[in-house]
Design a protein around this ligand. Structure first.
Ligand code: ZN
Length: 452
């Protein structure tokens, strides 16, 4: 049976809506730690998820047995009917344009044609180039994954897409009086050609570790802060972007609820989430088959849009914009970001530094936490420098900073023309490949402190 036949069958059972997402994955996953291959896995899997909406009740059944899709559909119908019995809240799916299309995202060099042995030697070669007297330990991870998806909906969408993603993680540690660590993920949507970028980035990671080993502990208190493009990206994704996810908005867990059309940032701030740009989080259609498009979340300081799947768009009476992503066929899609960027401004980096009497220039993310409901954040910088009287003075280590997201967005007083992006995996119960980035950003007042 084709997906369409099964959907017709489900519709015949009185379903309000139905979609089927069929996926085939081919992946290689390698970890090289201190010269030893710790992990070498390579393989493929396939499966599908059938989602059925019956009035207000959902049924989602994932299966890795593609010959029993009709059976999965029957179980999804009965689950949806059952769930509808107990559902008090109304729900629905916002209308979207339907599409019949096939899209293959390009690879210059197909990573499926590269042997595992060759990928292992790439990691070993890269490790050799990280041998320095100040490097104590290295960990290199390589992941490639080609996902072939077919999505059909009861509205008439039928799309097929191939999405290749590849990433290399470099993690190195060294020791002076404390242990310090520098890491970077490099890759994107594309083929084996993207491994070249790991060679280009290795010196950045080495320099960072060397600087950290001679760095001093930071001052604390309220001061000016310059975020480098990577931290700007992490701030835009973690502190702002998650709060712009419509499922958090519609359930009262976002500080942005009710603020569309209102000023949430300084006039120079524009933030977009764009799955159509070149990035690790790119895709042609989301996991509900909605065509991907750029979402301008903040335009010149005004909140303009949320990231919306069809159900939350229905709840919020907004337009769905391709915001549904699922980790794989076992799980239903959630509202997720893709490539989140704070648009560059019109300043030079030196001009930002000149404006700071006392403050910190923080580079690259070392993790942190956010509360999207309360609108608070705390981030760690991997690398940082003290700024005094408009000049960069000396390296600092263990720098963290925190504040209120909306207040901090209002306190942005300068953004550079120069921008960059970084890649990562966003966790929200499920993992999603994402890119984030922006310019160097000057914030006039942030609480800076050290960390243990
Ligand atoms: Zn995230």
């Amino acid at each position: 049976m084709s997906l369409k036949d099964i959907i017709d069958y489900v519709k015949g059972q009185g379903a309000t809506y139905c979609d089927i997402r069929k996926e085939r994955w081919e992946t290689t996953n390698l970890t090289l730690k201190d010269g030893e291959m710790e992990k070498v896995t390579s393989g493929n899997e396939e499966g599908a998820m059938v989602r059925v909406l019956y009035n207000n009740g959902w049924g989602n059944i994932g299966t890795s047995d593609l010959s029993s899709l009709k059976n999965a559909a029957e179980r999804a119908i009965s689950m949806a009917k059952n769930s509808n019995e107990y559902k008090k809240e109304k729900t629905g799916m916002a209308d979207v344009e339907t599409h019949e299309e096939e899209v293959e995202m390009p690879m210059e060099e197909n990573f499926l044609d590269v042997s595992t042995e060759e990928k292992v030697s790439f990691l070993k070669d890269l490790e050799k180039k990280l041998e320095k007297d100040f490097v104590r330990s290295t960990e290199l991870r390589y992941i490639d994954r080609l996902v072939d998806k077919e999505i059909a909906t009861s509205d008439g969408t039928q799309v097929n897409m191939k999405i290749p993603r590849i990433v290399t993680y470099l993690i190195i540690t060294g020791k002076s009086d404390t242990i310090q660590r520098a890491s970077e993920g490099i890759g994107g949507t594309g083929g084996y050609e993207l491994t070249d970028r790991a060679y280009e980035k290795k010196d950045v990671v080495l320099d960072r570790l060397e600087t950290l080993l001679e760095a001093e502990t930071p001052p604390s208190g309220k001061m000016s802060l310059i975020m480098d493009p990577h931290l700007t990206g992490v701030f835009s994704h973690e502190a702002f972007g998650h709060a712009a996810e419509s499922d958090l908005v519609s359930t009262g867990n976002s500080c942005l609820e009710g603020k569309i059309g209102k000023k949430v940032a300084s006039d120079i701030v524009t933030i977009k989430d764009d799955p159509t740009m070149d990035g690790y989080g790119s895709f042609p259609f989301d996991d509900e088959g909605t065509k991907a498009r750029n979402r301008t979340l903040v335009k010149d300081g005004i909140l303009n849009d949320f990231i919306l799947d069809r159900e939350n768009a229905w709840k919020l009476d907004m337009e769905a914009n391709g915001g549904a992503r699922a980790e794989d066929f076992r799980v239903k899609p959630l509202v997720r970001m893709s490539n989140t960027i704070m648009e560059p401004g019109d300043m030079e980096f030196d001009e930002l530094v000149e404006e700071v009497d006392k403050g910190v220039y923080a580079k690259s993310s070392g993790g942190g936490q956010v509360n999207t409901g309360e609108g608070t954040f705390q981030f760690n910088a991997q690398e940082a420098y003290l700024i005094e009287d408009g000049e960069i003075i000396k390296p600092l280590r263990d720098v963290s900073f925190n504040g209120f997201t909306l207040q901090t967005l209002q306190n942005i007083t300068g953004i550079t023309k120069e921008m960059d992006t970084g890649i990562g995996h966003c966790g929200k119960g499920q993992t999603a490949a994402v890119t984030d980035g922006g310019g160097n950003v000057l914030i006039s007042e942030v609480t800076v402190g050290g960390r243990e």
